[in-house]
Design a protein around this ligand. Structure first.
Ligand code: AMP
Length: 192
């Protein structure tokens, strides 16, 4: 099994690349952001709960996203592997993920970190805000807050995965297909 954490700041390109990697390498793509946006647009209680955090660029509580991931893993018992996108984002989430995977005799194979500088992230998110309807891409304040929260709460996960020998930085700047080739080649090597 091949279980990948696709890591990076908001705007690093995780979603775009995860969809393509999942298709090419036959992995199940799990994006907590996508799941939450779906809940929100369907008007579920979970979506309503999450909205107040998402619109400010804050994190939805750990237990909510951990529960979502657990249920997605359980709904895909025959998966050849998973690609986690936008999860884990805190140490508590990373620990919970390791624990739930090990209970199923599974493990994270590799954490691939897409590296993009702050200024480029802001530019990309502002541009995405113009073309997509994503509420949290519409305001510079919310964008800046998401990047700040990433630096405070999510970046420490580099140390968490590095300590397990699973941290692999990849240059996330360039053309989408060029970045995809870099990632895909690396994933191919992981498959052996
Ligand atoms: P994303 O699409 O990954 O950028 O996520 C959009 C928003 O959903 C984030 O700004 C958070 O409010 C929320 N969210 C997504 N994934 C998580 C997570 N793993 N932990 C907490 N909040 C999350």
């Amino acid at each position: 099994m091949l279980n990948i954490v696709l890591f990076g700041a908001p705007g690093a390109g995780k979603g775009t690349q995860a969809v393509m990697l999942a298709e090419k390498h036959e992995l199940v793509h799990l994006s907590t952001g996508d799941i939450l946006r779906k809940e929100l647009s369907s008007g579920t209680d979970l979506g309503k709960q999450a909205q107040q955090f998402m619109e400010k660029g804050e994190f939805v509580p750990d237990e909510v996203v951990i529960g979502m991931i657990r249920s997605q893993i359980e709904q895909n018992p025959n998966a050849k592997g998973f690609i986690f996108d936008g999860f884990p984002r805190t140490t508590a989430q990373a620990e919970a993920l390791d624990k739930m995977l090990s209970e199923k005799t599974m493990a994270i194979t590799s954490m691939i970190a897409l590296e993009v500088e702050n200024e480029e992230l802001v530019n990309r998110l502002m541009k995405r805000g113009e073309v997509s309807g994503r509420a949290d891409d519409q305001s510079l304040d919310v964008i800046s807050n998401r990047i700040d929260v990433y630096h405070q709460k999510t970046k420490p996960l580099i140390g968490y995965y590095d300590a397990q020998g699973k941290y692999n930085p990849i240059n996330g700047v360039g053309e989408i297909m060029e970045i995809f080739e870099r990632l895909s080649q690396f994933v191919g090597q992981l498959k052996g």
